[in-house]
Design a protein around this ligand. Structure first.
Ligand SMILES: [Zn+2]
Length: 290
């Protein structure tokens, strides 16, 4: 059974529900060492998707991740870059810029990409290919809260996207096609297999994990989990600024604050302990689909 642990590293404050560059230092000093310890304990090699801005603020975090043998991937420029909102040329220029900058900091080739807020469109496919990315993980097949998150309309494609990794279509990122970019979808089955969902309901997440493990055994589909190091930080709740979303900001914020800090790490430890003995924890670039 393949398990692909993905870790998104960005300057997000759960306190204010906004971008906050001060988070970078806290992640570097408090969250990342704990998370790397946990990954070592479970013999996990993870793909860490860094925003370029985070990597610039904390190159040390990138090197810590590299030294521990994990993969460094790209999570866009600063998490305000929504690819489904950009024309093709703009996407291509930005992806090239992100790749070059991140490669300079990480001192290695960057092949894997995850779009901020998982927002992509068909132009992203060709832009990724032309910019030299070989893997994408910005789709979450059959996750139904997609339509309630940022970029809702485009995420309706999640409902019919393939469950197994697939080469993206130039016409539609939710269909199999002939591009050279392999999509590795974040696991979901109605409920997303993510740190946020795990903190929201550890019980539902444990049930989902059981279903995904059965599917992995029967169909050979890899399990893909999505976690954020800043979930390991404790935050105090503060009033938030308004963000454009279908969900009420208050409710989203309240839900997203649940079980942060040490509890998040403990829940993740439990989740990983439920993986069978023969689990093969691989990075996206080392995963061999066929
Ligand atoms: Zn993100």
């Amino acid at each position: 059974m393949y398990f692909i642990m993905t870790t998104d590293v960005e300057c997000h404050s759960f306190e204010t529900n906004t971008r906050d560059e001060a988070v970078a230092k806290r992640v570097e000093q408090e969250a990342l060492p704990e998370l790397l310890r946990l990954y070592r304990k479970h013999r996990i090699k993870s793909t860490f998707f860094f925003t370029v801005r985070f990597a610039e603020l904390s190159p040390k975090s990138v090197m810590l991740v590299r030294k521990a043998g994990h993969e460094v991937g790209c999570h866009g420029y600063d998490h305000t870059d929504y690819y489904d909102q950009m024309a093709f040329e703009e996407q291509l220029a930005l992806l090239k810029k992100c790749k070059t900058k991140l490669e300079k900091i990480a001192k290695t080739e960057i092949l894997s990409f995850r779009a901020p807020a998982l927002r992509i469109n068909k132009s992203t496919v060709i832009a990724l290919e032309k910019a030299g990315f070989r893997f994408d993980s910005s789709v979450s097949s059959q996750r139904i809260d997609g339509p309630f998150t940022l970029g809702a309309m485009n995420k309706l494609g999640w409902l019919y996207a393939p469950r197994r990794p697939y080469y993206l279509s130039y016409k539609n990122p939710f269909l199999v096609g002939n591009s050279k970019v392999l999509e590795v979808p974040v696991s979901a089955f109605i409920w997303g297999f993510t740190g946020t969902h795990m903190r929201l309901s550890p019980v539902i997440t444990a049930q989902l994990q059981r279903i995904l493990q059965l599917e992995a055994r029967l169909m050979g589909k890899p399990i893909v989990f999505l976690f954020h190091p800043n979930e390991c930080l404790s935050f105090k709740r503060k009033r938030t600024e308004k963000r454009g979303s279908l969900f009420s900001d208050y409710l989203r914020h309240k839900l997203k604050m649940k079980n942060l800090g040490k509890t998040a790490l403990e829940l993740l430890d439990k989740l990983l302990s439920r993986c069978p003995q023969n689990t093969n924890f691989v990075t996206i670039k080392d995963y061999k689909p066929w």
